[in-house]
Design a binder for this molecule. Sequence first.
Ligand SMILES: Cc1ncc(COP(=O)(O)O)c(C=O)c1O
Length: 414
Amino acid sequence: MQLDVNFVRSQFPAFQTAGLQGQAFFENAGGSYTCGQVIDRLTRFYTERKVQPYAPYPVSELAGAEMDEARARLAAMMGVDADEVSFGPSTSANTFVLAQALRRMIADKGGAVVVTNQDHEANSGVWRRLAQDGVELREWRIDPQTGHLDLDDLAALLADGRVQMVCFPHCSNVVAEVNPVAEICAMARAAGAYTCVDGVSYAPHGFPDMAALGADIYLFLAYKTYGPHQGIMVIRREVGAALPAQCHYFNEGVLYKRFTPAGPDHAQIAACAGMADYIDALYAHHAPDKGAAGMAGPLARNNAVHDLMRAHEVALLQPLLDHLGQRNDLRLIGPRDAGARAPTVAVALDRAAEPVARALAAHGIMAGGGDFYAVRALEGMGIDPGAGVLRLSFVHYTTADEVTRLRTALDAVL
Ligand SMILES: Cc1ncc(COP(=O)(O)O)c(C=O)c1O
């Protein structure tokens, strides 16, 4: 079964707006379009339920129920319990809170933290700052040519058993290689360390199956997964209970509140259920014979949709990689095998990237140039963050025709 991209696009109001006609979107790694299901729920919440939730009057009960529904449905899709899913304003804010939680714990044990120089700064700087409290930092460094993270290097960093936390990306927002999360998490666990995985760059290509990945903490952003501007944290029960809570003391007994110091954004959390509606709509469209009664469970539906999305993206990505790989006026970052990476294609040029992105805009291509807050990764590959990289990122709603237009525009501009 192939992804029906026309059906997919019919779920996104953006594709029907006049201002976006003729514009091919290639900055999805910055933030995706929002699916109609999310927009409908957000509109409904703001128009019909915008009251303090969980109070004993009907509208408030509905508001609270919609927030609970979002947590429960996303959790079921990922194969975790509802209270293992919590929300925060952004990934940087979420890691900030997590690092606060781990700060004393690791320092008191004389422990160490592993960070990479492949990560976006969100899963790097806050952990590095723990050094101010006496935590030992160990940097898992990328290969300067390829941007690849080698498992043997990690094994050496874990060898003495003092590492308490390993922070790494599911895939980097500039290198895009899909890291072997399950293997890394197994190595960390065997060495007595927790794992904090930045899934922001991967989740738009398929929501995680948490048991398969084995991560203790998995972070991603709803605004890049077709939803509202929310950071999502999956924190496994054992870890969430072990880390010191960062919330109001009287909320410590509720797992999903433990790492949310502020009052949550009610409407946006409620609207996140629309992401689950969208995945279910994709599943139902592509498996119509199943009918409501025969629908697979939420995790199986999620995994089936993940595979559909990935197959479509990989088919579009390989010709683009082949095309860019033939040019001698640019450096293609990350693997050349589409199956080994996300469709987030960064290229270093012989000039600053931002003006090139601007020139592409004149051809109806929406792309970006810069460091994308992956300054350490660019420096680790010998790329001047000031010049930055041109980033061409797409997702499952992108068409083969748009990729062809991108190639033509690139040839004209470069
Ligand atoms: C891979 C990755 N991680 C983390 C973030 C941080 O996002 P936020 O701005 O929500 O902190 C981003 C944002 O672009 C990202 O691409």
